[in-house]
Structures are given as C-alpha cells and as structure tokens.
Design a protein around this ligand. Structure first.
Ligand code: BG6
Ligand code: GLC
Ligand code: GLC
Length: 924
C-alpha cells in the first residue's frame, strides 16, 4: 500500500517531542479518550434530523429555489436511463478527482452481451502536488500527456477513439459533453478552471499534445459512472454512492420534478453533491472541535462540511487530530508526539483502515504507530483502535443518514409502499475499509426500514459505467450528425428564398402574358371589392377545403350574418364519378334548403370552388384539373356551373341562380376586404395552398380592356411543375409526390400545404428509422401507413406550451416505441419541414407584393393579405415565419395579414352581391 500522501494539503506543522520528564501515562487516560470519543457519537435522533434536513434541501434545490440557496446543488446530468446492457465497443476512460492525487486511464471494451466482461486495461498516474494546485492548463496538459503515454504503450489503434471523462467535481452540465466546473473540492485548486467547460479544456490539451485523434464524447460525475456500470440485478440500480477521497451520490429522479429541465416524462440522473450539505450551518450540533480545526486548515475552509466528516481525504486527518490532542494531554504514547503526528496529512486513510482492522492484530497497530515515529505503550494500540473506529463509525452513520434521505426521496416520488432498489457503491472507503459498508448498511436499515436495498460494488471503479455513458453519447452524436444531414436540404438560406421569389416573379409575368409558365394566372372577373351598399340574402357553397359547406348569407346595413352547415364528402365520392360528386352536392343543398325553410326559393348563389378554373365570365368556370384529394371523373374540361345544373336536373330540383363562381383565395380576399379596403391579396394555406391578388388589367393578356384591375387567381400550387423547383426538392418531396394521386403536379403546394407536410415528416421518420437513428431502428407497420402522421400533429408537437411530453403522447398513440431522444428529434424534423413551408410561402407572398408595388410605381406599398386555411391558423409558428420572410424579401412593402374569420363562403356571397348590384344598376 502506498503510504505517501498529500502531506502538504494542510499547511501547519507543530514541533514534535516528549514532556520534559517522560510522563507515565496518566491514570485517567482512558477517561480522556472516552471524552474525546463521545464527541464522535451521533445519536439516532440526530441522524434522523440530518436525514430530514438533507431531504428538505434536496427538494428545495429540485424546485429551483434560489434564495436562500439550498444546501445541496442537485445537478441534473444528461443521463436519462440506466443501461440496457447492449452497449458495445472500445472506449478510453479518463478518471480524475475521485481518488486523491491519482489519474486513471482505462481501456474498456463493452461486449454488448449480458454477463460477458472483458477485464479493462488501466494505468494509474500520480499527479504531483504542484499540478493539483497550479494553473489549470498545466493540469490538463498533464492529463493529456498521461493519456498519450498510456495509448503509446498499447498498440490499440488510436484513430477516432471515443473518450469518456470521469470528473469527480461539481459541474453544471448542459449536454453529455458540456460541463462547467462550479468549484474545486477535495485536494484540487487549479486556477482558471472554475466557470470553464472542462470538456473543452481537455479537448484543447489533447490538441496541444497533438498525439492522436480522440473524440471526447461524454463527461460524467464519478457517482454516475458508479451507478451506470452496476451489474444488472433483481432490483433496478438507481443510486450511485461514492465514498472515496470525497463523498457524493446520484440517483434517478423523475424529470418532471427537476425544475431546470423542460421535460416532464421519464427520469434523469441527478448528482446531489451532498458534500456541501451543512455549509449553511445545519451540521452545528454534530461538529466537534476537531472538525472545526480540520476545516480551518483545509484548502477550502467553510465548504464541503459534510464531506469533511466522511470523505477518505479527511478521516486520517481527523484521527491524527484526536491522537495528537490525546498525546499532548498525556493520555497516549507517554505524552510523546512525533513529526508525523503533528504534521497535517501525517496519517492517511490507509493507516486508519489498517489500524482499525481487528483481524490484523495489535502488533500491526504497533508497527504502524512506530512507522509514524511514535512509541506506543501497552494499552495504546487498543485506544488508538477505538479512536479510528469512532471516527469511521461516525462517517458511515452520517453517510447512511444521507443515503436514507435519497431513498426516502425515491420512495416518495415513485409513490411506492416498499421500495426495492440497488445502490452501486464505489470508492476506496467503501471498498477497503473493513467496517464502513457494514455500519452503513445496518444504519440504513434502521433509518429506512421500508426500503429493500441491495448494495452492489461498482465495476472497474466506475470505468465500465463511464464507458456505457460514452457509448450512448457516441451513438447519440452519430445520430445527430445523420439527423442534421437529413434535414440540411430543408434549411433554406436567404439566397435560396430570394431565388424562389425571383422565379415566381418571372413565372407570374409569363403566365399573365399567356406564355408557357407553371403559373396559370387565371382571370377571375372580379374587378371590384364591395362598397357597402350591397343588400340581400344569398346562398353560398364552399367546396375544396377540409369541409364542404352550404351557407345562407344575409348582407344588411348592419353587416353580414351567416348560417351554415358542414357536410362531409367521402373520399369515395371525391374520387368517384363526376355525376356522383355533383349529385351529392345537390343533395346537400336540398337538405340545407329544407332545414332553413328555403325550399322553392331561388336565391342568387355564389360558389366557392377551390380548384383551378378557366373563367370566361363570373358565372362560368371550366375546371382545368383537379388538385388536392379530388379526382372525380369526367369533370376536367367541363364548366362547373353546368355540372351543377345537370345534377339539379337529374334530381328534378329547382334551378339555382348561380351568379358567381369564385376560388377560395378570392372569396377570402373579398371577405376580408369587406372590413379592410386595403385587402388586395387572398392567401390560403390549408389542405392546399394558393394566392390571388388585384392585377392591373393592362397586364392581363387574355382579357379585353386596359383600364382598372382584375383579381387574378395565381394557382401557385402548380409553381415549379416545369422543374424550376427541382434544386430545392428533396428525395422526401419526390416520394410524397410519387405516392400522390397527381404525380408531377402541384410541386409548390406539396412542399407547403397541410395535405402533404405530415407525409413529408412521415417519410423522413421512415428514413431516420432505417438509419437506426429513431425508434431504435425498429420499423413499425403504423409508420408505414400512408397519412398516419397528420399535419395537425406538427402544430401540436411544435406548440411551445406542450413541450416534449406532447410529442411522446402523440407518437405513443401511433404505436411508435420512442425514447426521449426520439421525441426531440421528431420535434426537430417537424420544425424543419414546417419552417421550409412557411418560408417558401413567404417568398411567394414577397413576389406578389413587390409586383403590386412595381405595378403602381410606388416607393413603398402598404397592403393587407386576407388569409385562411387550417395550417396557417393552427400552426404555432407558421404565420410568424411567413411574415418574417416577407419582411426580409420585400422590405419596401408594409404587409398586414388578416385572418379570415367567416370562411370564403362569405366572400363568394359578397362577389354575388356586388354582381347583383352592378346588374341592377345596369338595368336602371
Ligand atoms: C375555409 C374556407 O375557411 O378555409 C375555404 O372557407 C378554404 O374556402 C379553406 O378552402 C382552406 O383551408 P382548409 O384547411 O380547410 O383547406
Ligand atoms: C466531491 C465532488 C463530487 C464527487 C465526490 C466523490 O464531493 O464534489 O462531485 O462526486 O467528491 O468523489
Ligand atoms: C389548390 C387549388 C386552388 C386552391 C388551393 C387552396 O391549390 O388548386 O384552387 O385555391 O388548393 O384551397
């Protein structure tokens, strides 16, 4: 055993010697000894108080209480689950801070097979005193040098090594590989490290060393390594306890109880940092005079008071203080002292452990005392043994009280009557001290009788656990890279968006001129917005969005009143024959008329028909092609108004007076225009997407006349059908397109609208699963089901208030077996897809507003856009992103977005009302 130790950690030294006249041992020496030993007794009542007080501090820290600062820190780690036992690979583990002045380097091989363990290779390096107390860079350079020396000695292949850093000091972690040192504890005090990311310091030092490429992928507290390396047993191992140079524990807490985390499902490992318990004075009643002196003479006076009663760095020192005190009072060693007895750090944990071990016999105690320069008398060995026992028993009992607090916390948060749990134990005090664990276990039983606790020694001094965490971290980092690669094509920069805007402008101009263009730019024959003088009752139909609606619209002096009913259009009808579809529409109208008492009346009717139509007048619209989920036969190329009339005839119903057929964008613009005359653009982002706007008639080639304006239905969903968007299109867009009922068509719409975003996300999730990044690589039948991932899930998942809990609930409902890492990645996929959609939409709006501004020769344009559609209205960030993109790409236009409240049926009725008013005026 190595008995050389950090003598210099304590600075004072006394003068050794004997009383002048070699005093015989005083007769009351055993009384004096007892008096001292009594101070180290901690009653069960005191233990219970410590247990309760620590539990309170733990709970205060969990709730994020700032003032007064709780006595323990409760630092969340980024370890969220205990190991599966399936991790595998080779890892380098660096261990700093657990065991005194030593640095351990290990090569750990995880086999991924339960119970099959390969002995790690390891080497220990002694850290010189001046390095422990010198500049931080020197310490990390030392570490990097030892690491490269270790790797040089083994022909292990040194490229791309994954390293786990076991760092036994209090740190704020912000990632598995990001950890800021709060303060040094135990025997370290290197300058320039507190407040720094220790992983970065290590990486920098490795780079300076320049030996080989090592990837530092994880950093963990030593307690976490201890817990994570625990062999699987009957009870889950959810606590890691370390009693080495210092002491601390970690345990698995419910994430929802950790205020600083935005996570309300699952568990997270929390490092308690219980060494600082009592720094607020809570340990007053159990502190002895020896504890006070020890604290004053330590590197960090006033800090880590609990640790200083338990940790191995301090036990030898406490024994030395007591023995020196007794010797100086003549109760031991004939009143003689020695240099070692009076030198701080002169007695080490190893001395104490050996002297206390009764099986070694008193001869061994004598030998050790003589090594320490003392001349023990006949009864001294026994008394010294009693001192060692008292100091160590107190340590074990205090440690038990702290552990009992953790168990109580676990039991409470798990709401279990009887807690079955395994505690992984590590550190030299637990491992080598003869009685420590025994006393600890016995006391835990006394303090936490309702907990069934098994104690399991850690494997490879926690090295295996660190390797486990490193394996998980390496896997997660690789997954993150794959996720980033997958999502990169969805992240559009300003140049790409400006190019979309420019292409759109060009396609608009060509479409208006009747040249080949993916934008049809259809004239709508809507030339004027309502002037407020329109009156009357109108019928309206609204077909083509999520719902089919029949409406009765009353336009009066006081405003517009609407009565409407929603009817469903089954997919079989939308994709059946045209006759079936229009018969169904007529059935709905007849039903509505009957319910509203309108049967037999022929009210003027406005028909919102949200598909591309070539109009030759307001009441004539030839369906060019179906879009979205519609594919009823024999309709394309037909006048929709005629199809409706024929159906009325077939049903022998009364003729309807169809005055206007309008696109939903137009209906939306008119509806919003009723309240805001600046509304000259209509935008839909729902099942499909499209826009219309007021264009100068002189620019519209197909319509006679040059004066005034006409609303143009852009049919921008088809933008890019000529291949102009191909550079932005991803393989996922291609898959969605190919599986749709109109491959090659509506390419812009398929990147933006509600009918497709869920499908894009589903295809990305399938891809990530096939790479093993998501759902542990398990393909599920549910994810392979078309349209299972609804676009409304994007809105729900991305909603800030619902957080990851919601993601998980949604995915679990879909039968997807996800971890919390999966939930985060799914959220990022949704964000990337919806952000691209909103930005593309914004680029389109930017093209439109700039066109209007230039048409009018204005420096600045102020204009409103009427918007409708479930995606735009329900998604938490979509509207904001559209507006931001427009502002970025069209800075000279002040654009206000108005959400349509009443649907486009109201607008269709208003178009009808205007037409009726104009017709009436013409007749007069
Ligand atoms: C409705 C309009 O409010 O929004 C419809 O009345 C329009 O005309 C629809 O088609 C678009 O949104 P979605 O999400 O229903 O397709
Ligand atoms: C000290 C450290 C802590 C560590 C413990 C055991 O208390 O602050 O992080 O876990 O020692 O080594
Ligand atoms: C589709 C239709 C279009 C409609 C849009 C929004 O793109 O072709 O006419 O405006 O969906 O519903």
């Amino acid at each position: 055993m190595d008995f050389t130790g950090p003598v210099e950690l304590w600075q004072k030294e006394g003068a050794p010697g004997c009383p002048q006249k070699g005093l015989p041992c005083s007769p009351d020496s055993s009384e004096l000894v007892q008096e001292c030993l009594n101070q180290f007794k901690v009653t069960t009542t005191q233990l219970r108080q410590i247990q309760a007080s620590l539990l309170r501090s733990m709970e205060q820290a969990l709730t994020g209480q700032a003032s007064p600062a709780p006595a323990v820190r409760m630092l969340p780690t980024y370890v969220g689950s205990t190991p599966h036992g399936t991790e595998q690979g080779d890892f380098v583990v660096l261990e700093l801070g657990a065991t005194g002045a030593s640095l351990r380097v290990l090569w750990v091989t995880l086999t991924g097979v339960e119970g099959h363990r390969i002995e790690p290779r390891s080497r220990e390096f002694l850290i010189p005193q001046e390095v422990m107390l010198g500049p931080g860079q020197q310490l990390f350079d030392f570490v990097a040098r030892c690491l490269s020396e270790f790797l040089d000695a083994y022909p292990l292949g040194s490229q791309g090594l994954k390293l786990g850093f076991n760092f036994g000091f209090p740190c704020y972690q912000t990632g598995l590989d990001k950890s800021t040192l709060i303060s040094w504890t135990k025997g370290f005090r290197c300058s320039g490290v507190e407040g720094q990311d220790v992983v970065q310091l290590l990486r920098d030092a490795i780079e300076r060393q320049g030996a080989c490429s090592i990837d530092v992928v994880a950093v963990v507290n030593d307690t976490v390594g201890t817990m994570m390396g625990c062999e699987l047993g009957p009870a889950p191992c959810e606590v890691g306890l370390v009693v080495d140079t210092g002491t601390n524990a970690c345990y698995m807490e419910e994430a929802r109880h950790v205020a600083v985390l935005d996570e309300d499902r699952g568990r997270v490992c929390v490092s308690i940092e219980w060494g600082s318990f009592g720094d607020d004075g809570a340990l007053g009643s159990v502190l002895t005079a020896f504890d006070r002196i020890l604290d004053q003479e330590s590197l960090n006076p006033g800090a880590q008071r609990f640790e200083k009663m338990i940790g191995g760095l301090y036990l030898g020192e406490l024994v030395r203080q007591v023995l020196a005190h007794l010797a100086q009072r003549g109760a031991l060693f004939g009143g003689c002292t020695s240099r070692a007895l009076l030198s701080p750090g002169g007695i080490l944990l190893e001395h104490v452990a050996e002297m206390e071990d009764a099986s070694a016999g008193t001869a061994r105690v004598h030998a050790i005392l003589r090594d320490l320069g003392l001349s023990p008398g006949a009864s001294d060995a026994e008394l010294v043994q009693q001192v060692c026992t008292a100091v160590c028993t107190r340590a074990a009992r205090l440690c038990a009280a702290a552990l009992a607090a953790v168990l109580a916390r676990l039991q409470h948060s798990r709401e279990q009557q009887m807690l079955h749990v395994a505690v992984a134990t590590g550190g030299r005090v637990c491992e080598h001290h003869p009685r420590f664990l025994g006393v600890l276990q016995e006391t835990v039983k006394l303090l936490a009788p309702e907990c069934d606790v098994s104690f399991i020694p850690s494997v490879d001094g926690g090295g295996r656990g660190v390797a486990m965490v490193t394996a998980v971290a390496a896997r997660l980092a690789a997954h993150r890279r794959l996720l980033e690669e997958t999502l990169a094509p969805f992240r559009l920069n300003r140049e790409q968006l400006a190019a979309v805007q420019a292409q759109m402008r060009e396609a608009m101009a060509k479409g208006l001129q009747g040249e080949a263009s993916s934008l049809r730019m259809l004239p709508t024959y809507v030339r004027a917005t309502p002037d407020g003088s329109e009156r009357g009752h109108f019928l309206a139909l609204d077909l083509g969005g999520t719902n089919f609606r029949v409406l009765l619209v009353h336009v009066a002096a006081g405003g517009v009143q609407i009565t409407n009913q929603v009817y469903s259009i089954p997919e079989s009808v939308a994709q059946g024959s045209g006759q079936q579809l229009f018969d169904h529409i007529v059935d709905c109208i007849l039903d509505f008329q009957q319910k509203q008492g309108l049967s037999g009346q022929s009210l003027p009717l406005g028909f919102t028909f949200s598909f591309p139509c070539r109009q030759l007048g307001l009441d004539q619209g030839i369906l060019l092609n179906w879009t979205k989920g519609f594919k009823a036969s024999d309709c394309e190329g037909q006048d929709v108004v005629c199809l409706l009339r024929e159906a009325l005839e077939r049903k022998q119903a009364m003729e309807l007076n169809v005055v206007a057929i309008v696109n939903d964008t137009v209906g939306t613009m008119m509806s919003c225009g009723y309240d805001d005359p600046r509304c000259e653009i209509g935008l839909i982002v729902g099942t499909g997407t499209n826009a219309c706007y007021m264009e100068e008639l002189r620019n519209v080639a197909g319509v006679a006349g040059d004066l005034g304006r006409m609303c143009i239905n852009m049919e921008w969903g088809a933008f890019g059908d000529d291949g102009s968007l191909d550079t932005l299109s991803t393989c996922f867009d291609a898959r969605v397109d190919q599986a749709s009922i109109n491959p090659g068509k509506q390419r812009f719409e398929k990147m933006i609208s509600g009918m497709y975003l869920g499908e894009i996300v589903r295809h990305i999730l399938l891809h990530l699963t096939s790479l093993g990044v998501l759902f542990r690589g398990q393909q599920t039948p549910s994810l392979q089901t078309r349209d299972i991932f609804k676009t409304k899930f994007l809105s729900e998942i991305e909603s800030d208030t619902l957080a990851l809990r919601q993601v998980r609930a949604i995915l679990e409902d879909l039968g997807l077996p996800l971890t919390s890492d999966d939930a985060l990645m799914v959220l990022e996929v949704c964000q990337a897809v919806s952000q691209r959609a909103a930005q593309l939409c914004g680029a389109g709006v930017a093209a439109v507003v700039e066109k209007i501004r230039e048409n009018r020769g204005l420096e600045e344009l102020s204009v409103s856009v009427g918007v409708d559609g479930t995606l735009y209205k329900l998604h938490p960030h979509f509207s904001r992103l559209v507006a931001a993109t427009v502002q970025e790409l069209a800075p000279r236009c002040a654009v206000t977005f108005l959400q349509s409240e009443d649907g486009s049926g109201k607008g269709a009725a208003l178009v009808t009302a205007v037409a009726c008013r104009l017709a009436k005026q013409a007749r007069v």
